[in-house]
Write a protein that binds this ligand. Structure first.
Ligand code: HSE
Length: 287
């Protein structure tokens, strides 16, 4: 049996709403082999065969090339990416299905083709782009065309995930956003996003901490994450930058040194705390 490993991602990083994302070293792994019929093993029982995102994206690649999909046996071997927590779990499923299909059809799609399909399925590219390319990635999806570029990232930064025990659906978190924003908020978000990129490149934690502040989505989503506002204030007082990871519920902190030990007593006991390495290569098919 062959396998494919896909990584977690944290989108937005504050002001980079729907455009900035980073690949993180938490992985799901799927085994696969051709089969007489469709078989899914080891998946969350909430997602039956007709709702399985790995299978849906698997079929999508065949459709893209005008090929009849081949029945497949897919097994979830390992799941480390928390579901519906703002860590790219659905992107990971989409990327896994596309990678599996691409293996089966002899790698006919290049990474750009996979990125375009994955972004269209997801509706925004900021999780799937780093999941495929690795590292820190800026991306856009406009009228079906996707652009993605890797950005330089200082190796001196520590990324820590503060993971609440509750899920937050992306559609609910997107539904909380305003239909329009003021010119003032749009302008200061652009400035923050550009400075943030520079801060991440140079490992300038002061610049990152100031410019991670977002005016387009974070203020509207924070009330959906119980306890997040208080946790963010306390973590910020430790000298770390902090924001919502993706659409939440996870918070992501960026610091110069490890802050894990200092989080005890600051983060509710029911939350998970994980320091995550940056995945520099993205999700590569193995086996
Ligand atoms: N950019 C997306 C959002 C990421 O914030 O809604 C979540 O999938």
């Amino acid at each position: 049996m062959k396998s494919v490993k896909v990584c977690a991602t944290s989108a937005n990083l504050g002001p980079g709403f729907d455009t900035l994302g980073i690949a993180l070293g938490l992985y799901n792994e799927y085994g696969f082999k051709e089969s007489e019929e469709y078989e899914l093993v080891g998946f969350d029982s909430r997602f039956d065969i007709s709702h399985n995102l790995v299978l849906a994206s698997y079929k999508k690649l065949f459709e893209y090339f005008g090929l009849p999909p081949k029945p497949i046996h897919i097994e979830q071997l390992h799941q480390d990416i928390p579901v519906s927590r703002g860590l790219g779990s659905s992107s990971a499923c989409i990327v896994a299905g596309l990678r599996i299909a691409n293996e089966i059809i002899g790698n006919r799609a290049d990474v750009h083709g996979l990125l375009k399909l994955a972004s269209t399925m997801e509706g925004h590219p900021d999780n799937v782009a780093p999941a495929l390319l690795g590292g820190l990635v800026v991306s856009s999806l406009e009228e079906g065309e996707v652009r993605a570029k890797r950005l330089r990232l200082s190796p001196d930064l520590v990324f820590t995930l503060l993971i609440p025990p509750f899920e937050l659906s992306t559609s609910l978190a997107r539904g909380a956003l305003p239909k329009s924003v003021s010119m003032k908020d749009a302008t200061r978000n652009i400035a923050h996003a550009l400075f943030l990129i520079k801060g991440l490149e140079e490992g300038d934690i002061g610049l990152i901490k100031d410019c991670i502040h977002d005016y387009l989505h974070v203020p509207y989503r924070l009330p959906l994450i119980e306890g997040a506002k208080e946790v963010m204030e306390k973590v910020s007082n430790l000298g770390a930058a902090i924001t919502i990871s993706g659409a939440g519920s996870t918070l992501i902190a960026i610091s110069k040194n490890s802050i894990v030990d200092k989080l005890i007593g600051i983060v509710p006991a029911s939350w998970g705390i994980r320091e995550a390495k940056v995945e520099t290569k993205g999700s590569e098919a193995n086996g």
